[in-house]
Design a protein around this ligand. Structure first.
Ligand code: SAM
Length: 293
């Protein structure tokens, strides 16, 4: 899965001082006010003294204090310079806590295993992600995840808009299963841990949220020789959800529908099925049968 670099994912250069209301909205600044929810998020990962915790978007620090209390080392990435400065002040006397003014979409996550306080420790990522760039941040983490998981166990507890969280974790055959589900589940085991209502935040967002728990996989659950080709086939298959698989692929890959029907028949997949019914293994078989797609 590669990070989305669309207009919504773009974070404008940070400016000093208190951000305007528009910028606060663009940065998804809905701060968690429910202590119980903060504890439940941290409880999902149970950080210990051997673990590195990376917090994405610490904001006013609703989760940061809980994480700092148990993690061996905590690195927090906050794009808003004012919030980062305030947290730096708060944790000035806490050497195992580092607050970085950084854009979590573009951060170099590959270096994380080397920052663990103990080589036996885990890499844990926690965040109440800003809605506007939540999937872009998730994509960056999942792109780095497999290489990290080959060196250290990596788990994440991430709060997202509920609809997005459900799409990430959806199983084949469900209404919400799509390319985000397939590409995420090639990089991590995912489950929705719990939902959170707007009243838990100030200001309250207009949508519900949910926390997902992910375990990064060192290798995809099904082998694919060409990850780029696999991604192209998955995106094409879901490009027109109401069409049959053969028609959606023909239009998405710009190939004759007759050829797609032959390829699908050869891989044992009914061309009349819809993309949302295919398992990861079936997508892998299909991608193998369409080299250079
Ligand atoms: N963790 C805090 C909480 O739960 O109250 C704040 C969560 S708030 C939904 C999202 C936070 O992410 C804000 O502090 C915002 O400034 C920050 N943020 C937005 N875009 C970011 C980015 N690209 N990289 C790092 N932080 C970002």
């Amino acid at each position: 899965m590669t990070p989305r670099r669309n207009a919504r994912a773009t974070v404008r250069p940070a400016r000093a001082g208190r951000p305007t209301r528009g910028r606060r909205r663009a940065l998804g600044q809905h701060f968690l006010r429910d202590e119980g929810i903060a504890r439940r998020i941290v409880e999902l990962l149970r950080p210990g003294l051997s673990d590195l915790v990376v917090e994405i978007g610490p904001g006013e620090g609703a989760l940061t204090g809980h994480l700092a209390a148990s993690a061996g080392r905590l690195v927090a990435l906050e794009v808003d310079p004012g919030l980062a400065a305030r947290l730096r002040e708060r944790f000035a006397g806490t050497p195992h806590v580092e607050i970085l003014e950084a854009d979590a979409i573009r951060h170099d996550y590959a270096a994380l295993p080397g920052l663990r306080p103990d080589p036996a420790g885990r890499v844990l990522v926690v965040g109440n992600l800003p809605y506007s760039v939540g999937t872009a941040i998730l994509a960056s983490l999942l792109t780095a995840g497999p290489a990290i998981a080959r060196v250290a166990p990596m788990e994440m507890a991430l709060m997202l808009q509920r609809e997005v969280a459900e799409r990430v974790a959806a199983a084949p055959g469900s209404r919400t299963y799509g390319s985000l589900s397939v590409l995420s589940q090639m990089a991590a085991e995912v489950r929705v841990a719990f939902s959170v209502s707007p009243g838990a935040f100030r200001p309250p967002p207009q949508v519900d949220s949910a926390v997902i728990h992910l375990r990064a996989l060192p290798a995809p659950p099904v082998a694919v020789a060409d990850p780029g080709g696999f991604r192209t086939v998955v995106l094409a298959a879901f490009s027109q959800r109401r069409k049959t698989l053969a028609n959606a692929l023909a239009s998405g890959l710009r190939l004759p529908v007759g050829r797609l029907k032959d390829v699908l028949a050869a891989t044992g997949i009914d061309p009349a099925r819809r993309a949302e019914t295919l398992s990861l293994a079936e997508f892998a078989r299909l991608a193998e049968a369409l080299p250079g797609a």
